[in-house]
Design a protein around this ligand. Structure first.
Ligand SMILES: [Zn+2]
Ligand SMILES: [Zn+2]
Length: 334
């Protein structure tokens, strides 16, 4: 490997992952070269690897990694000093289309996201458009900044469903999105947050995140707010069952492409349900999460349970798929 090259973890096609030698990118005016310090992986990365994701959202071959943070190496315009610690907003909006003009950058007509349509954080260096760079306060561990991305996904959904203070709430799922939903929902001071999970090993993490209890069986059926974050059809069925009349239901979990659930029309109407699905995050939601991260109100670092060098990517992927013990966020270090 030459000095103008670097190793890049690449999904060449569904089911095929390789470490490839790629060119060291060099930034032009609107871009900044970022040294990746940490990159998180999540269930969506597994779907890209397996090819179960909606094909409209991925361009193979792709270097995955949409949850990453690092430091500025070269900014041709000198706006960001060398060494500035940054988190990178995963979705890159065009800022021109109708959706972007309305502030709904998550729906940008030209869908463009690190790790999906452009190479993500699974390499040592990544080119980043300056508009999606966000400086991180130096008091924080840069690794924890990888959790700004999933935090923004959760915050976007919560902001739209508008929890009311004192709600009895239920979060379905025990993965990172579910645990972050618990953590962020606490900002709205709910009366209780029950987590309905599958794996008892996740109980401690759920309680650390702010859950009032953890259960593997659905016991109650009268929650004012239910957040579906398991990404499973069974989770969606439980969500519809457990929300009370007049309650709110937020769908955050992403099931494999094409999964369906029979929508209980009369039941939803009779129960006057508010049902909200949410995709990604807007630039504004992202900025808010950076703000609460920088001021310490959002401290997701406790969720990082596994760290691997990037070259041990297979171990990282296997932990994400098969880990039986406690499993929070899995992070790779390029
Ligand atoms: Zn993710
Ligand atoms: Zn746009």
């Amino acid at each position: 490997m030459g000095s103008n090259e670097q190793l890049v973890l690449t999904v060449t096609a569904p089911g095929e992952v390789q470490i490839r030698v790629g060119d060291l990118p060099s930034p032009t005016g609107d871009e900044v070269l970022v040294l990746v310090r940490a990159v998180g992986i999540c269930g969506t990365d597994l779907e890209i690897i397996d090819g179960t994701i909606d094909p409209e959202f991925v361009n193979y071959p792709i270097s995955i990694g949409h949850e990453f943070a690092g430091e500025v190496v070269i900014d041709p315009r000198g706006e960001f000093a060398k060494g500035t610690r940054v988190a990178v907003e995963g979705i890159v909006p065009c800022w021109h289309c109708q959706h972007c003009r309305e502030g709904r950058t998550n729906l940008c007509a030209t869908y463009d996201e690190f790790g999906f349509t452009r190479d993500g954080g699974c390499s040592r260096y990544v080119l980043v458009p300056r508009r999606v760079l966000h400086p991180i306060a130096s008091i924080h561990d840069i690794t924890a900044a990888t959790l700004i991305e999933p935090g923004a996904v959760v915050y976007q959904g919560l902001r739209r469903i508008q929890p009311t203070v004192g709600m009895e709430s239920l979060v379905i799922g025990d993965g990172t999105i579910a645990l972050l939903a618990v953590h962020l929902l606490s900002l709205w001071s709910p009366a209780s947050i029950v987590v309905l999970g599958k794996r008892v090993a996740q109980r401690e993490l759920a309680l650390k995140a702010g859950a009032t209890s953890f259960s593997t069986e659905l016991e109650q059926h009268d929650y004012g707010l239910v957040v579906e974050a398991s990404g499973s059809v069974a989770g969606v069925a439980n969500a519809f069952q457990s929300v009370r009349r007049g309650g709110k239901l937020l769908l955050l979990g992403l099931t494999p492409h094409g999964a369906t659930y029979p929508f209980p029309i009369d039941d939803a109407v009779n129960r006057d349900l508010e049902v909200q699905a949410s995709f990604g995050y807007t630039a504004s939601a992202w900025s808010k999460v950076v703000d609460i991260f920088n001021c310490g109100r959002y401290s997701p670092g406790f969720l990082i349970t596994h760290q691997y060098p990037l070259l041990d990517w297979e171990k990282a992927v296997n932990s994400l798929r098969y880990e039986e013990g406690v499993r929070g966020k899995i992070v790779m270090i390029p």
